[in-house]
Design a protein around this ligand. Sequence first.
Ligand code: CMX
Length: 145
Amino acid sequence: MDISHIEHIGIAVKDLDASVRFYEEVLGLPCYAIEEVTDQKVRTAFFRVGQTKVELLESTADDGPVAKFIEKKGEGVHHMAFAVKGIDNALAELDEKGIRLIDKNPRKGAEGLDIAFLHPKSTHGVLMELCEKPENDQHDGTGHP
Ligand code: CMX
């Protein structure tokens, strides 16, 4: 595994617009992108904090993972995402070690990153995400095309 830093922390919220206002007006962190990830049934908002980001997650469907999380635990920290070099190799290594993978292969997440989740029952209670920026990706992370 070659983890470089915490890429983002995902936070489940009930009302994205109200939460964005809190981060902008109270914490003084400008939101640089709002993006819907349809296959995850979420609308997301991003804030930079140094090298790391905060990703707010609002569910767009009652049966989505974030809706289920909020129903069970309420709003709060939902997952932690590590930036990793060589996501395919990292997943193969984890699989070999018997870690329960939610995604056996990377898929596309917000900001065009290749992502994969590890099951919280295999990671001492934290839903973990691995992310890697694809080599040919033009996205500069500013939210601008
Ligand atoms: N963090 C820690 N534990 C969690 C959790 C989370 N985010 N979500 C669920 N759990 C725990 C539950 O509390 C439960 O534990 P107990 O059995 O001890 O009560 C257990 O995991 C099973 O939970 P569940 O409610 O039955 O939920 P599911 O098994 O249906 O799904 C999970 C859980 C993690 C597999 C599912 O949410 C998932 O696939 N997540 C990955 C995708 C995702 O979260 N997408 C949204 C973010 C997208 C993005 O960032 O772009």
